[in-house]
Design a protein around this ligand. Sequence first.
Ligand code: MG
Ligand code: ZN
Length: 543
Amino acid sequence: MRKRVYQFTGLALIIVIIATGCSGMQAGRMAPDSGKTKNVILIIGDGMGPEQVGLLLSYARQAPHTVIKDRKTAFDRMMNDGGVMGISMTYPSGVLVTDSAASGTQLATGQFAGSEMIGADKDGNPVETILEKTIKTGKSTGLVSDTRLTHATPAAFAAHQPHRSMENEIAVDMLNAGPDVMLSGGLRYWIPQEANDKDSAVYKELAQMTQGSVKIKSKREDSRNLLKEAQEKGYALAFNRAQMEAAEGRLLGLFAYSAMPDGITVTHTLNSPERTIPTLKEMSAKALQVLSKNEKGFFLMIEAGMIDWAAHNNDTGLMLHEMMRLNETVDYVLDWVKNREDTLVIVTADHTTGGFGISYNAKDLPDGRNLSGTLFQGREFKPGYNFGNPDVLDKIYNQQLSYGDIFYGRFDSLPKEQQTPAMLAKIVNEYTEFDISEDQAARVLATEENPFFVEGHSSLGNKLVPKMGPTGAFFVYQTDDNRQNLLAREVAADQMVVWNTGTHTATPVLVFAKGSPGAMAPFGDVLHHTQLSRYAIEVITNR
Ligand code: MG
Ligand code: ZN
């Protein structure tokens, strides 16, 4: 009798093991149907923590005048269509919080990286990335970003350098790695330093090629013309929408001197016939068109990179527009993969930024009112706090200028004597729906600008000075001496939000996956990004 019970237990144990084995890839084993998957599309929202996804969902579901169709975000669509969701830790080797370079590297290589490294392991050795591995299988590859091509996130997939700031070297690495499609901003690292002389032959040649669409100015420290080298490697070049649309085959598109336009600018210029710069969605569509010609399959990384930049500046309105840009891009990708069994789509973030939250407070307490419910007969409904009127979400969306544009674009371009608190209040009150007083404006201005505020982390990044810290350190974010963060603090209670920091946090990020059941199953888990990457590598290399 005793023996029979023992045998039965053993049988149950075996069954459990088999079931676990089928639920995902464990130690290199793949679920039976994941071998059908030939394409992987990895979409990274830089800085898109659960807080940022939450803002988009609140806006979609609760804003009285939301512009999101049927109040359904791309995240809703992924799950409604049978996708899976997980969470993932992002920390790099030996520290608590990641930057985009280390996190991008971990997403690209499946191995732990050191802070600020590009395409390297924790000891600083170059590691083959998912993109490089995919190329070896004969498949096509692509990188798309709305920041600039040599910025940390895209760089981590096709370059190997000790520091993210080495964008001269990163551009060369990327060209050598040779993704079939590269679409982003950052022309300045691809043209020789001689281009800075407007009388030079190379300047004139570039002016003709770019048709006035991109400012021609180099940040290279040598005479290499990487555009020429790209052409020799068979790339078509594009500097505006029309050139991009017309291009065929391998394609290098650089649509801005540094960063591409911010989310609010994109929203406002979307239907303008004068718009020459493609959107993230349009670049992604072109990449899919080119890459899907390879019957063996492809790997495509798409980055919505400015969610992070808006969050660093605690610019809630801009951040919502950046989330909209990710949303419309994911929507497009979901349309593209509809009815396809051969493509795995993963949407995640490299980390979360800002410690953002929609939050209740005690400002503007609502009036009491009568309710029909029996518990409230003879008693007013009057909560003790302001829990937030959903109208505020429409007001956040209605912001007309990024905080970067308010300060660097408008305020700083005025003659010095006009740069007064009254003028700042006038500009803020004209372009946002969260008015500030002259006193509040004075508080914002009574600071010194953060001396380490580095270019590239603002919508007008290339206008910012000075540059790196003395050790080549990336930047120091402090929310108490930066005008954008201070403005955010002044309007936070009216916006019903809180911002805890101007840097990143270690909060785990969300992972959404949609593809064949076997391919997507492992992503519905509590992960680390190195694991997520290894699963993606297994799928794309079909090993
Ligand atoms: Mg990035
Ligand atoms: Zn960041």
